[in-house]
Design a binder for this molecule. Structure first.
Ligand code: PLP
Length: 394
């Protein structure tokens, strides 16, 4: 009997980010953690806020059957109400109500659910390259084709004309991620408005509905830039979120999908999101962390440590002559490789115990992603190796 070939292939391929992280782990065991500069994974290096621990301790006082019991498929009403109230405080009265939200196991589930909720076989979903590599897996698994459109190569904002050229009668959705992994860019209001205008024009021309999926796990991790609220720019939007980065809870798997009340297809989409959750078996997000949200939903992200790392890394690499995109958000630095082949550049870096991620993994040649959600010491201590790497190209 044959097994599912596509699933087997995804299992066999592995994510190159995780492969580099696994190599880093093995290398640290060989030569000592302090001698390996692992910039591969986006695992937050700052602890979750104290209020998360306090909330967990409070929750532990609940009767065990309640604490560990199932919740409704879309999440506890009180947790959804807390999230909705927070969104309405931040983005305007009525930005969300509890019934617009479906709690999930992190942004990964939010995105899978969203794609399964909107696409039919043969549809196309546009992603802005460079992009988080798992998008392709989730889009294809939902039955659609992943169409890559390169960002503007100078600014790494959305190249709106290129998106317009890629839109077809089969385009069902465009995915954007701002603040961006892997570049650290934040899309400006003007850029998003231009995209919204192009999508609206295409909908009218083609007689179709095009959804704008905003993947926002880094929304709160910024260094001063405004992150516009996408539903206020484009009506047919869906927001995917998680607390993996903002509250440093990636292993706890908690996030949500929001179908904004302004989405013209709201009622049907809310049903489709619930149905996609059911279809995928993604019902009832972790109950303990649903309860933590009730207490911690407005807890600010502690971006100070990332800001300090960002400064040390950008100043250090600029001094050594590296070119990079000044990050406005998230915790990644997008550095130009010193030769056209990013994988060859990575191999040279690796020989010096420097472990960024080559940009080919993100659908864009010629760069590496340096995740600076590491200790400050890792950044400072890595600079001599970056210097040696640069010298090797002179
Ligand atoms: N989207 C982007 C852009 C990410 O960087 C990540 C994780 O790194 C995810 C989605 C998945 O997030 P989660 O861990 O909450 O599933």
């Amino acid at each position: 009997m044959s097994i599912n070939e596509k699933s087997r292939a995804y299992g066999a391929q592995k994510s190159s980010i995780r492969e580099i992280a696994a190599y880093a782990g093995a290398r640290k065991a060989q030569i000592g953690a302090e001698n390996v500069f692992d910039f591969s994974l986006g695992n937050p290096s700052i602890p979750a806020p104290d209020s998360v621990r306090a909330s967990i301790e409070r929750c532990l006082a609940l009767p065990a059957t309640q604490l560990h019991g199932y919740t409704p498929a879309s999440g506890l009403p009180a947790a959804r109400e807390a999230v909705a109230a927070s969104l309405s405080r931040r983005f305007g009265e009525g930005a969300a109500s509890a019934d617009d939200l479906y709690l999930t196991c992190g942004a990964a589930a939010s995105l899978s659910i969203t794609f399964h909720a909107v696409v039919n076989p043969g549809d196309e979903v546009i992603v802005i390259a460079p992009y988080f590599p798992e998008y392709r897996v989730w889009i294809e698994t939902a039955g659609a084709t992943c169409v890559e459109v390169l960002a503007d190569p100078q600014t790494f904002q959305i190249d709106v004309a290129a998106v317009e050229a890629a839109l077809t009668a089969r385009t069902k959705a465009v995915v954007i991620n701002s603040p961006n992994n892997p570049v650290g860019s934040v899309y400006s209001r003007g850029n998003l408005e231009a995209l919204a205008a192009v999508l609206a024009k295409a909908e009218a021309r083609l007689g179709t509905a095009i959804y704008l999926v905003a993947d926002e796990p880094y929304r709160e991790i910024t260094y001063g830039a405004e992150v516009p609220w996408v539903p206020s720019v484009y009506d047919r939007s869906i927001v995917c979120y998680s607390y993996s980065k903002s509250l440093s809870l990636p292993g706890e798997r908690i996030g949500w999908v929001l179908v904004p009340p302004t989405n013209p297809d709201h009622d049907e989409l809310v049903l489709a999101v619930a149905g996609a959750g059911r279809k995928l078996g993604f019902v009832c997000a972790p109950a303990l962390f649903q309860r933590v949200l009730i207490d911690c939903v407005d807890e600010p992200s502690d971006v100070e440590a990332y800001a300090r790392n960002r400064q040390a890394l950008t100043e250090g690499l600029a001094r050594l002559g590296y070119e990079f995109i000044a990050p406005e958000g998230a915790f990644y630095l997008w550095v130009k490789a010193l030769e056209p082949d990013a994988s060859a550049f990575f191999e040279r870096a690796k020989a010096l115990e420097l472990l960024p991620v080559p940009s080919d993994s993100f659908g864009c040649p010629g760069w590496v992603r340096v995740g600076y959600c590491v200790s400050y010491e890792t950044i400072v201590n890595s600079l001599p190796a970056w210097e040696e790497l640069a010298k090797s190209y002179r």
